[in-house]
Design a binder for this molecule. Structure first.
Ligand SMILES: [Zn+2]
Length: 363
């Protein structure tokens, strides 16, 4: 390709040189002009006129030729540009075809089809519907936490992700300067539940059976799934934490509410161990666990929290998500952090602008 471009560029240079020649006084007309000058000395006026006329005709013919040459050069330049564009397109097509080949390979698609989430996928942060949508894109780059599919490009990967770029109530944020008030307690109604674990390519997610709720501000939200980030996506007064678990809930109107529990290095957590014990060997293949999980174990003793309106922290970055970040952290052992770190060393979206949003906190 480079050699080909070099050839085309030298061809372009040769052509432009030719075009320049055509616009500067050509050597041939000078000779002709001196010849006609000799004739002029001996010729009668009529002939002189004729000579001038034919000289003018010649000049106009030559300028026409020059224009023609210039046009030909332009056309050639256009053709070269077209050819270059074609070569580039061919190269891109080859790259796309190989991406599509990967996306179409059974190993890549089939496991996703086999996924049987315990709850509806719509609106799920990290939901498998988002994976399928991203994979179904026209050879689109899959979103990730670095490189071409990284957070700064999420909005450009798919028009459905526009909010990631243009949204003004995005998450995560650095939680600070909250208004201290008597916040209504979150009423947690979690019970031991069946669950499955999926490594969806962005995080480890736990899909739970129906029947787990929170109620807040007169609304009932059902727990759909929870998942982990390393390090914590949200910060509190600029401070980041080892990990965070996001419990994603949805109410009957489809409104989302996420409870975030910040995880700090300390003693091991039973519930985390139970999830890690059931890690599936393959990505995008949900593994049903043989025992029930008690999600209450994930919650801190003290239930004070920060709250603000934000978004999903993954594409499509949908807004109008009610966030409740627990003030008290929960411990998790170094070994448990390390296990997650082997799969996802970094899966946190960068901080987003608070942009004057109101943050409230329990006092
Ligand atoms: Zn999350």
């Amino acid at each position: 390709m480079r050699r080909c471009s070099a050839l085309l560029i030298s061809l372009m240079l040769a052509i432009s040189a030719q075009a320049n020649d055509a616009s500067s006084p050509p050597s041939k007309p000078i000779k002709q002009a001196s010849a006609s000058a000799k004739e002029e000395a001996s010729a009668p006026k009529e002939k002189e006129k004729e000579t001038r006329k034919s000289s003018k005709e010649k000049e106009s013919k030559e300028s026409k030729d020059a224009a023609k040459d210039a046009m030909a050069a332009d056309e050639l330049a256009v053709k070269i540009a077209e050819r270059l564009a074609l070569l580039r397109k061919e190269k891109d097509d080859v790259a796309r075809a190989s991406t599509r080949a990967v996306a179409r390979s059974p190993a890549y698609v089939a496991p996703v089809r086999k996924v049987t989430p315990a709850k509806p996928k719509e609106g799920n942060e990290h939901g498998s519907s988002a994976i399928i949508a991203a994979m179904g894109g026209h050879g689109a780059v899959h979103w990730s936490y670095d490189g071409e599919g990284g957070p700064t490009n999420w909005g450009k990967l798919n028009s459905a992700n526009a909010k990631c770029d243009i949204g003004d109530r995005q998450s995560p944020i650095d939680i600070r300067d909250g208004i201290r008030v008597d916040l209504e307690p979150i009423n947690f109604d979690y019970k031991p539940s069946g669950f499955n674990v999926i490594d969806n390519g962005h995080t480890i997610q736990v899909n739970v059976a129906a029947g787990n709720y929170i109620s807040i501000m007169g609304r009932n939200y059902e727990l759909l799934q929870f998942h982990f980030h390393k390090p914590s996506e949200e910060r509190v007064n600029g401070r980041s934490f080892d990990m965070v678990v996001h419990l994603v809930h949805k109410d009957a109107d489809g409104k989302l509410a996420v409870v975030a529990v910040l995880l700090e290095r300390g003693k091991a957590q039973n519930i985390v161990q139970q999830i890690w014990n059931n890690l599936p060997l393959e990505k995008n293949l949900a593994l049903a666990a043989p025992t029930a999980i008690d999600i209450n174990q994930l919650l801190p003793e003290k239930r004070d929290y920060y709250t603000y309106m934000g978004s999903l922290t993954t594409p499509p970055c949908s807004e109008e998500v009610l966030w409740m970040v627990m003030k008290e952290t929960v411990e998790i052992s170094s070994e448990q952090i390390a296990i997650f770190g082997r799969l996802y060393p970094m899966n946190a979206r960068p901080l987003q602008k608070t942009a004057g949003r109101l943050i409230k906190e329990s006092r």
